[in-house]
Design a protein around this ligand. Sequence first.
Ligand code: ATP
Length: 303
Amino acid sequence: MIDVTALTRTYAGHRAVDDVTFTALPGRVTGFLGPNGAGKSTTMRVLVGLTPATSGSATVLGRRYADLPNPGREVGVLLDASAQHAGRTGLETLRIAARTMGLPARRADEMVERVSLTGPEARRRVKNYSLGMRQRLGIATALLGDPEVLILDEPANGLDPAGIRWMRDLLRGFADDGGTVLLSSHLLHEIEVVADDLVVIGQGRIVAQGSKAELLTAAGTLVRSPGVAALAQALEAEGVHVAPVGPDGLRVEADPDLVGRIALASATPLTELRAADGAGLEEMFLELTADTARESAPEGVAA
Ligand SMILES: Nc1ncnc2c1ncn2[C@@H]1O[C@H](COP(=O)(O)OP(=O)(O)OP(=O)(O)O)[C@@H](O)[C@H]1O
């Protein structure tokens, strides 16, 4: 269980994290999603005591991370895979971490297997590791103490498709066994597949949160029609909010059933009518973060 309440972290007057509140529950994977610079890493750094909060609180298993007696046994953390000691081998890294946590050395060997590093890879110095191998080593370190909670910042960075699949299965299994997983990403698709709950952040502020199912439902209906203008008018006359999608489509904040009935009543032909899930979540993410993403065009400039 992770609890973040009214958390604010300011750097030189800039609110990197601004009044953020969310919970990550046991048995669920919570995806922490936002564009670059949104405040994900800062929130996670506060959670694990690497950066103090300016105000608000962040607790893991009901306590501040710094107050956990043996944090590695309770919380597995992967914040920056490139922060590992470059001159040590992977196995040495794990053995030292095991000793620090009071675990037997064989636990390190078990973790090497768990993250599918080969024997020769585990005996190679970390400076010669690929980014994907560093991520696997970082995940092995996080899992070493058999924690209840995992906090992972962009863990899929550098993993190939098979590695991403492997990590997804690992996180799913961890949550299914009752663990709490908080993982961040700036890529919706990466998170969409594995997360049960989503917390979306832009410019330090939460812009949406809820179960993936809820957020998908909130994405409404996608409808296309050769008479799209008339359809938009009919829907709006019923008090239903619409937004254009392409030349002949609308995204409608209502169920497909209601949209179909209004189309029938207004005798407007339809070429497509469906729940706007999947693509809807992506659109929602882009919309929610468009104001905050650095890629968005400045006001008054055509994109
Ligand atoms: N130590 C620091 N000093 C000053 N500003 C900082 C510091 N750490 C983070 N920031 C600023 O806080 C904001 C949030 O950064 P953060 O790294 O938390 O974002 P993020 O969502 O993790 O982004 P990314 O996806 O790029 O990793 C950014 O504007 C960043 O420049």
